[in-house]
Design a protein around this ligand. Structure first.
Ligand code: PGA
Ligand code: ZN
Length: 375
């Protein structure tokens, strides 16, 4: 495939910050776009994004090099971008400039093959071909840097089998808060964050509303100002399915301890620790730090490296959780990525706010297509 034109532009993300959207046109006349999210509690080892206006210029600069060149595959294309950047963390051209091009290229290839994006991803990542909908870690309460009250765990989620189930629980929580005269205003990712609630109070509400639904937490320890957590007590008092970022992003030996101690009971999930970076995921595997891993394409900056990270995690038996960022756009690529890469779970926030709903609605569309294919 050859790229004959590109159009990068600044667009807004869900927090009112500028981000990048890039449209590419191929020599066959295929038009494809992508836009890039960004985090609030970003890991230190994530690939670096440029300011949106700088990313626009960087994308124009990249085009001078790739214009009209033939690229046989996603890997071929991504390797060219990585080589042109030349740094270990995409500091020169920006992970945002590179990712927007990489995702747009992926969409263009799917269009050129005339197959759905998730199917194309399934093929280029050499996954098994058993396409199914992942389970959902659906956000109910949020705190820390994402909320405004006294909850300081970043995310409190229900693990559900379907969007329907998650939405029903979200509405039940909302009704409960209204009954208790608590605020139903939402945080960055669309979940509730009433001032009066603490971590424990929010957890208790979730257990009361649905005692049988598993609960996942993202502690986001590197972004917390609160004291260290007594995990023995937390796990004893609450039945938790998984805990993400329980320790800081460089506290490798603490991770090994908690994972060894609890891995049969609670899934320990790396996010800021692993940053979708195959080298860091390999270290986390070697040091037995985690049993699940968060995958966020913008942490690493290309589709190919994201697929490598997923394959590495799968080969080590880790659960794969494809995740949004707190600063999102309406781009729904990660829904196709999750299905195509046969992820075990997705983390797309609460079922409110357009940028989160865009991903859930794409999953619903894919679900319909998969059901038709099987039926
Ligand atoms: P972020 O948060 O997008 O602000 O980094 C999401 C997460 O930590 O999972
Ligand atoms: Zn996280």
């Amino acid at each position: 495939m050859r790229i004959s034109n590109i159009k990068p532009r600044k667009i807004l993300d869900s927090r009112g910050f500028w981000t990048l959207e890039t449209t590419i046109t191929t020599s066959e006349g295929i038009v494809a776009f992508a836009s890039v999210p960004s985090g609030t509690s970003t890991g230190k080892s994530e690939a670096l994004a440029l300011q949106a206006y700088e990313a626009v210029s960087a994308t124009e600069e990249i085009f001078l090099d790739i214009a009209g060149k033939e690229f046989d595959s996603q890997l071929d294309f991504d390797n060219e971008l990585i080589a042109q950047d030349g740094t270990s963390n995409k500091a020169k051209l920006g992970a945002n400039s590179i990712l927007a091009l990489s995702v747009a290229f992926c969409r263009a290839q799917a269009k050129s093959k005339n197959i759905p994006l998730y199917k194309h991803i399934n093929e280029i990542g050499y996954f098994s071909g058993a396409l199914a909908l992942p389970k959902l870690m659906m956000l109910m309460f949020e705190g820390g840097k994402h909320g405004s009250g006294s909850i300081d765990f970043q995310e409190l989620m229900y693990v559900t089998e379907s969007v329907d189930e998650g939405v029903l629980l979200y509405q039940k929580i909302k009704n409960h808060l209204e009954d208790e005269h608590l605020s139903t205003q939402v945080g960055l990712e669309g979940a509730f964050s009433p001032r009066e609630l603490t971590n424990v109070k929010a957890l208790k509400i979730m257990s009361r509303i649905s005692p049988i639904t598993p609960i996942s937490l993202d502690i986001a320890q590197s972004s917390r100002t609160g004291r260290g957590i007594d995990f023995a007590k937390l796990f004893n008092d609450h039945k938790l399915f998984s805990v993400e970022d329980p320790y800081g992003e460089e506290a490798w030996s603490d991770w090994t301890s908690i994972n060894k101690l609890y891995q049969s009971k609670v899934m320990v999930v790396g996010d800021d620790l692993t940053t979708t970076n195959p080298t860091r995921i390999q270290r986390a595997i070697d040091e037995n730090c985690i049993s699940g891993v968060i995958i966020k394409p913008n942490q690493i900056g290309t589709v190919s490296e994201t697929l490598t990270a997923i394959n590495l995690a799968k080969s080590a038996g880790l659960a794969v959780i494809v995740s949004h960022r707190s600063g999102e756009t309406n781009d729904d690529f990660i829904a196709d990525l999750a299905v195509g890469a046969e992820a075990n779970y997705v983390k797309f926030g609460a079922p409110s706010r357009g940028e989160r709903v865009a991903k859930y609605n794409r999953l619903i569309t894919i679900q319909g297509e998969l059901f038709q294919t099987i039926a």
